[in-house]
Each structure stands twice: as structure tokens, then as C-alpha cells.
Design a protein around this ligand. Structure first.
Ligand code: FAD
Length: 316
């Protein structure tokens, strides 16, 4: 089923989980171990993030040298493995960054052949080396362009013009939305016009960036509806888990931590206390969101199960 079909047929579980591929060299069993604990909550689908190559430093012969590494490969194969093992729908993320449009076309063909029907289409993070996003010279600059490419394939329009009798794909596509605006955007108004472009290009639903004050989500949904964005808007939540989070998350994602949460986090003596606070805060957020029209809660798990299990037990 597609994500919109799931949203129309939710029975029981109103949670979806987002997992990261394991760090290169780790076994896929680490993902399965996390999922073994999460599947008891019968999520309608599982998201798997995509991570492009990044710059790191390796020490060779005692000298520190820059190296481009792909730390978390395997999104497509992990998605297929999860689908096969747990008989659950999967939503691999697909990004513009690092890919030419032709490479994207080939990846979409792989996904179609694997019977994967759902995708979350994203631009991808800015290049940490440059401090800004730089597309592949033959790739897409914005997620809306990626959505358009996928929608063309759904109509049987491929980039390769020599393709005879092209077979249309049947992807259902979601996109990201930012209730507190995307970090690089000059204003929420501008960012929301760009969000509308993604929906107009064919995205069928929106998954939000994490937020910690539900008023931010409710206001965002209202503004979307006023703009004529009618697709489902799925709130994304992440429980804070360590003390550093309440300072690090605003810096990294340009979001706000409510004063009350920040105050309580500062009072915590250990990371275990912060972990507990994060769980309780996310439970309270989830309950209020579900009671007030949110279709489902999308939990950013960071591939750790324990806090997510604690949240899921309280709201499932
Ligand atoms: P876009 O929609 O392309 O927007 C990026 C910026 O460009 C925004 O500021 C927007 O306002 C602006 N913009 C858009 N269109 C135009 C235009 N026509 N003219 C001028 N400006 C424009 N990253 C990963 O690398 N891998 C993942 O798996 C991943 N998963 C994510 C899942 C979710 C639910 C979310 C919320 C984010 C995820 N991200 C992931 C992070 C995401 O890639 C970054 O936030 C990225 O910086 C923006 O991606 P986007 O798809 O929202 O970009």
C-alpha cells in the first residue's frame, strides 16, 4: 500500500519509524535487532534514510589526511531486506545531493524492480565541507525537481530518449516540511511557497522536521491549508536523549526548544534523566497531536529502540 492509502486505512498503530542504515562495516542484523523490538507496534511502514558521501580525516602512516567516505551506504538494499523479512511497506529516502539525474533514474528503476512503491524525496543536507548545498553538475538543485522527475517516470517519461515502450512506474512520493522554516530559507512564507511547489509537482503528503512545541505544528498546518496545501501533514518527533541535544538541535536544524523543556533538561543531573524527560515530553506531544487531528506520528529513531519502545507503549 502507499503511505496515503495507509493513512486512510489506519487500524490500531498510528506510529511510523525512521531508521538509519548501519555505519559501514556493521551488520544488517543491527537494524533487524532494532526492528525486532519495534515491529510489535505494527507500524504501517518503515522509513530508511539516505546518507551521501562526506569528508572525514583518516590517519595514514601517522599523517592525518582528508578522505571522502560513504559512512552509511545500503539504503535501497536495507529497504528491500526489511520489506522481505517483516512483510511491511518501506519508504526509502531518495536525495538529490551527489546524484546526476541519470543516476537517479537508474536508482528509481532498481526501486521499481524491487516492488518498492513509496519514496520520501529530499534535496539532502548541505555539504559540510562547503557549508552549503551544491548539486551534482547534472543533478537536481531542489527536491521539487526530483519529485517532477519521479512523476515523469510515473507517466512513462524517462530521461533516456532511446527507451522504447517505456513502462510507467507507480511511485507515491512524500516530501519534507519545516514548521519553523528550513534553516537556509529567508522566511517561513518563502519556505512554504517552495513546499507548495513540491506538492504541486506531485507529492502526496508531507513529513515535518522535528519540533518540540505542538503549537508550531498546529500553526503550520493552518498556514498550509490557507495556502491551498491539502495533503496530509505527518508530524515528525524526536525525543531528546542526551543533555547536549537541547543546545545542539537548535544549532543544527534551526529549530526552537521551548523554555520549559530547556529548563527541565538543564535541571537533569544525568543523561539517563534527560532520556526519561525526552520520553515523557514526546509522549505528551504525541497524545496531544493525535487527539487534535494529526494522522500519525513519525518517530525519528536514530536506530535506537529503547526510548522509542517506551513512547510507543504509552501511545499505541
Ligand atoms: P528543498 O525542498 O529542496 O528545500 C531546500 C531549501 O531550498 C529550502 O530552504 C527551500 O525554501 C529552498 N528552495 C526550494 N525550492 C526553491 C526554489 N525554487 N528557489 C529558491 N529556493 C528554493 N537528509 C538526507 O540527507 N537524507 C535523509 O534521508 C533525510 N531525511 C529527512 C527526512 C525528513 C522527514 C526531513 C524533514 C528531513 C530529512 N533530511 C534528510 C534533511 C533534508 O535533506 C534537509 O533538511 C535539506 O537541507 C532540505 O531538504 P528538502 O527536501 O526539504 O529541500
Amino acid at each position: 500500500m502507499t503511505v496515503p492509502e495507509h493513512l486512510n486505512n489506519l487500524k490500531g498503530s498510528r506510529l511510523s519509524f525512521e531508521l538509519l542504515p548501519p555505519v559501514k562495516g556493521n551488520s544488517i542484523n543491527s537494524i533487524f535487532a532494532t526492528l525486532d523490538k519495534l515491529m510489535e507496534f505494527s507500524p504501517p511502514y518503515i522509513n530508511i534514510t539516505y546518507h551521501r558521501e562526506e569528508l572525514t580525516y583518516v590517519t595514514k602512516n601517522g599523517v592525518k589526511q582528508p578522505a571522502i567516505v560513504h559512512k552509511r551506504p545500503g539504503t535501497v538494499s536495507i529497504a528491500a531486506a526489511i520489506k522481505g523479512k517483516y512483510k511491511v511497506d518501506v519508504v526509502p529516502h531518495i536525495i538529490c545531493g551527489g546524484f546526476s539525474q541519470h543516476e537517479t533514474e537508474d536508482a528509481l528503476i532498481d526501486l521499481d524492480f524491487l516492488g518498492i512503491k513509496n519514496l520520501l524525496a529530499l534535496r539532502g543536507d548541505a555539504d559540510k565541507r562547503l557549508g552549503k548545498f551544491k548539486p551534482n553538475p547534472e543533478g537536481h538543485q531542489y527536491a521539487a525537481d526530483l519529485v517532477s522527475q519521479i512523476m515523469n517516470m510515473n507517466k512513462g517519461i524517462y530521461l533516456e530518449k532511446y527507451v522504447e515502450n517505456p513502462s510507467p512506474t507507480n511511485f507515491s512520493v512524500g516530501v519534507a516540511g519545516y514548521p519553523e522554516k528550513h534553516k537556509e530559507s529567508p522566511s517561513l512564507e518563502t519556505d512554504m511557497l517552495h513546499l507548495k511547489q513540491k506538492v504541486d509537482a506531485g507529492a502526496e503528503y508531507i513529513v515535518t522536521q522535528m519540533f518540540f512545541d505542538n503549537r508550531v505544528y498546529f500553526e503550520f498546518v493552518k498556514r498550509c491549508r490557507d495556502l491551498g496545501i491539502t495533503v496530509p501533514i505527518i508530524p515528525g518527533l524526536k525525543p531528546i536523549a542526551v543533555k547536549a541535544h537541547h543546545e545542539m538541535l537548535p544549532k543544527t536544524f534551526g529549530l526552537t526548544i521551548p523554555t520549559e523543556l530547556s529548563k527541565q533538561a538543564k535541571k537533569c543531573r544525568t543523561n539517563k534523566d534527560v532520556w526519561q524527560l525526552g520520553v515523557e515530553w514526546a509522549i505528551a506531544q504525541s497524545k496531544e497531536l493525535l487527539a487534535n487531528g494529526a494522522p500519525l506520528i513519525h518517530l525519528y529513531t536514530m536506530s535506537r529502540a529503547e526510548n522509542i519502545v517506551a513512547i510507543a507503549k504509552s501511545i499505541a
